[in-house]
Design a protein around this ligand. Structure first.
Ligand code: AMP
Length: 212
């Protein structure tokens, strides 16, 4: 039997991903406990639960055949993987934001803006392609607090409702990328396990008419 290993990201995308696979006939085993490889109701499909940023790494390397990740994480990683299906959940935007009262995009005295972000590659590419010099400061969380503390002038971060930006006195200035959950696949295993791959792809696609 050909087995497909699917990497799922912890965090916001986890529950809707599990629900989508359940409707596609691969429900995660309920008693997985602390096991890292989790069997499913379909013996041909097993799951691996990892940090969101690791999904592209596992799939590109072939340690997992498939994975669910966000477009933001995927583009930041620059991983060479197939992108067969957008899943229709986990929508958000990667934006540039800065303090409401501060002038934008020009800073007083013509100084170079410092930009705090978890997405250094995407942020650099955005400003670089427009010929706008910035200094990128990489942080791993609580990005919205950086301007309040003087760590940076601007941030590049994900926005869903906009509540977090507003609560921290920040205003959305530019959209860099619209993001959503996406199914990714390893290039070689798509060929080597083609029948199993096409079967699962079909089931996931057809299970997409519900809420997730
Ligand atoms: P919101 O207040 O609804 O605009 O949500 C913004 C906060 O949630 C920020 O801290 C984001 O980093 C985080 N966030 C929003 N959407 C996502 C997503 N799809 N994946 C991961 N984090 C997200």
């Amino acid at each position: 039997m050909t087995r497909l290993r699917v990497a799922l990201a912890k965090g916001r995308l986890y529950e809707p991903s599990v629900e989508r696979f359940r409707r596609a006939g691969a429900a995660l085993a309920p008693d997985a406990g602390r096991r890292l490889l989790i069997p499913s109701s379909d013996p041909a499909i097993e799951f691996l639960v990892v940090k969101p940023g690791d999904v592209p790494v596992y799939v590109e390397s072939g340690a997992a055949d498939l994975g669910v990740t966000g477009t933001d994480v995927l583009r930041e990683s620059n991983a060479d993987v197939l992108e067969p299906l957008e899943l229709g959940f986990g929508f958000c935007r990667l934006v540039v934001a800065s303090p409401e009262a501060a002038p934008y995009p020009l800073l007083p005295g013509g100084i170079t803006a410092r930009v705090a972000t978890k997405y250094p590659r995407l942020a650099q590419a955005h400003f670089g392609s427009a010929g706008r010099p910035v200094d990128i400061i990489q942080v791993n969380g609580s990005v919205e607090v950086a301007p309040l503390l003087g760590l940076s002038h601007w941030i590049v971060d994900l926005v869903d409702t906009g509540n977090t930006l507003r609560a921290n006195g920040l205003k959305e200035r530019e959209t860099i990328l619209t993001c959503g959950a996406i199914l990714v696949a390893n290039r070689a295993s798509q060929k080597l396990k083609l029948d199993a791959y096409l079967d699962l792809m079909d089931r996931i696609e057809r299970s997409g008419n519900g809420t997730a």
